[in-house]
Design a protein around this ligand. Sequence first.
Ligand SMILES: [Fe+2]
Ligand SMILES: [Fe+2]
Length: 372
Amino acid sequence: MNQHVTHSADASTVEQALDSGNYRQAVIDSEGATAVAMQNTLLTPRFYTTDFDALDAVSVDHLRAEWDALLGRMKSDPNKGHFKKTEAWDEIDWDGMEPKLKAEFIDFLISSCTAEFSGCVLYKEMKRRGKNKDICELFSYMSRDEARHAGFINDALREAGIAVNLGFLTKKKKYTYFKPKFIYYATYLSEKIGYARYITIFRHLEAHPEHRFHPIFKWFREWCNDEFSHGEAFALLMKTDPKLTSGVNVWWIKFFLTAVYSTMYVRDHQRPAFHKALGVDPDWYGQEVFRKTSEISKQIFPITLDIDNPRWMKGLKRMQKANADLARHRENGNVLGRIGASTRAALAFVSLYTIPAVPNEVPADTRLEPAY
Ligand SMILES: [Fe+2]
Ligand SMILES: [Fe+2]
């Protein structure tokens, strides 16, 4: 049954969302935006593929109670109909927006839309290929949610005369292969850090509404609750096999934590006008998001990063500076400069990675509620 709906917010399934009116409209894309979304650098959102058969073989039987509680909530679909414009959506004067802010904000929207859609594509593929009832059900709910999120961001972009051609991206963007365990670490973290990012902005703007320069931020609370549940699901998937969070894999976990945190820091520092308009200091914002994410990730990871170590902020700043230099040298075609800056970025990463981690006793009960 694939009934046509006008808007992805009202869709019950991912297929319905991708076939909805606002998705069809997005086919008429703006080349520039799609080109930005097509980029594959260390800092831009990627599309992933994995060993779907291995994922399909996962049994959640010994976690049945926790699993059913989580899936029951997802099935009840509290956010159906939420991700579309209502009367709370204020009119935006895109032409009057300060050009630097406009450029950075559009970049933020395009990269968020790509990241949401990347989740949608991966989850939808798992749903399509799987035979395991539990896994298919989970991935159908998660792909439905991400399709709505991406669709809503595309609505916001369309007002600025921009749309990302998501159908084109699905076919043409390069897919990076990750083993299931790396999908778990990367996706778990991106869901939880997504929650922490959205809720931190939401709470900040609740206290300082004068900085809310675009209405989409009003939707962030329900949004981040979706991401929170998605993260819960990956925590449970990791719990099915204790090996995933012990032994040599702890080094992988530390690697992903360091990579995800430092990428976010560098990325955010590329948008000074955007953060200034929000009234947010990106250093404060970064640390706040890392603190929340670390606190949450104690539900499943046996370590957290020591973000209060003096080497942490120093390393992030070195990495950010090296990346800024790298971008400049790339533009000028300065090959030696590029090699130098890449080496400095790599060394900064090593220095961050070698900061001793903080051990954590993982609780028997994984389940968490969004508490921020
Ligand atoms: Fe999402
Ligand atoms: Fe998500």
